[in-house]
Design a protein around this ligand. Structure first.
Ligand SMILES: [Zn+2]
Length: 340
């Protein structure tokens, strides 16, 4: 036996090449995404497609196609951090296999999107932060009667249609998945989905696998959401900006600044569109905007600002405002300052 082979055997390894599960449209293997496939496989087991083809689109929305076990990923996300969105879209494929197609039908899409969100953030490594946001958003919407199982089972109404999409619906679906995972664990959730595929009936599946009627499940989820609502997140005061940096109207800002930011009075819903308006030809551009924390919206200036320049930013636009987790919208706000 060669030294190499005996070393491999000693390490419990195998000399045969492992299959690669993600390929591009030309059949090239995308080895760097293997940890993502393993994460999906831990949840879905043999329902995970052995080979998933990835194409790209200039559109901002990614998508999936069950028949061909392929997904189409937005090039923006592909360029920055592909694994989370690949996990999201591939979760739709695997769940469709596990539920024999039921997950992609209208009454169960809220669970399909909820699970895709959950696994996306498992792969992104930011599940606790996502959980906090999703539960705060869902709790606020449930408290004011905006969501219920009946409302979510009509997914097209709940989520809307482009361009008027209600991204809060994803948080609602994810909150149900978090509830199921935390109460019953992932193996029971998987068994519940398999049962949903067999019966195509939510009530039968919950009774068979978690011993609750669907009404009892919804009541339990509602009560649980109330306990998850962060008590101190939102004050009675209207949502506002509590700090501008540089200060509003300041006249001698250093051009060496590499980032500007505003701080909001409550935790914000980071998935809502930013709709920030900037000229982009003076070192500051909306494409560099990001949520630095749940309350701080920052804009990077990778090359610094331009000296002797007046900056005018508009946060929000008509019909497009940033919003808090409780759903409050920030009035469109002008912000100006000048460099020396
Ligand atoms: Zn999705």
């Amino acid at each position: 036996m060669s030294l190499l082979l005996s070393m491999l055997l000693a390490a419990g390894g195998c000399a045969c090449p492992r299959p690669v599960h993600f390929v591009d449209l030309h059949g090239n293997e995308l080895k760097s995404l293997e940890p993502c496939w393993q994460s999906l496989h831990r949840f879905f087991g043999e329902a995970t497609p052995e080979r998933i083809t990835i194409g790209y689109t200039p559109e901002s929305a990614s998508s999936f196609s069950v028949g061909s076990d392929s997904i189409t990923v937005s090039m923006n996300e592909w360029a920055t951090n592909p694994a989370p969105i690949v996990a999201h879209e591939s979760s739709h494929l695997a769940l469709s296999h596990l539920t024999q197609g039921a997950s992609a039908t209208e009454p169960f899409r809220f669970l399909d999107e909820g699970l895709a969100e959950y696994l996306q953030h498992v792969v992104a490594g930011d599940l606790p932060a996502y959980r906090e946001e999703a539960l705060a958003v869902a709790a606020a919407d449930r408290a004011r009667g905006a969501i219920s199982f009946a409302a979510m089972r009509s997914w097209q109404t709940c989520f809307g249609r482009p361009p008027k999409r209600n991204l809060r619906a994803y948080a609602a679906g994810a909150s149900v998945v978090f509830f199921l995972v935390e109460r019953w664990g992932e193996p029971k959730l998987r068994a519940f989905f398999a049962e949903l595929g067999r019966t195509r009936d939510l009530d039968q599946a919950t009774r068979a696998k978690i011993e609750l009627s669907v009404e009892q499940l919804e009541a339990g989820w509602t009560a649980w959401l109330k306990t998850q609502r962060p008590a101190m997140t939102d004050s009675d005061e209207p949502l506002r900006i509590v700090r501008f940096s540089p200060a509003q109207g300041s006249k001698s800002v250093s051009a060496a600044l590499r980032e500007v930011e505003v701080e909001l009075s409550s935790d914000m819903f980071g998935r809502a569109p930013l709709c920030l308006q900037t000229p982009c030809n003076d070192g500051l551009c909306y494409t560099e905007a990001y949520w630095k924390s749940p309350r701080i919206l920052a804009v990077r200036a990778p090359k610094g600002l331009r000296a002797g320049t007046r900056y005018e930013l508009r946060i929000g636009a008509a019909g497009c405002q940033i919003q808090s987790r409780s759903g409050e919208k920030l009035p469109v706000t002008e912000w100006s300052f000048q460099t020396r």
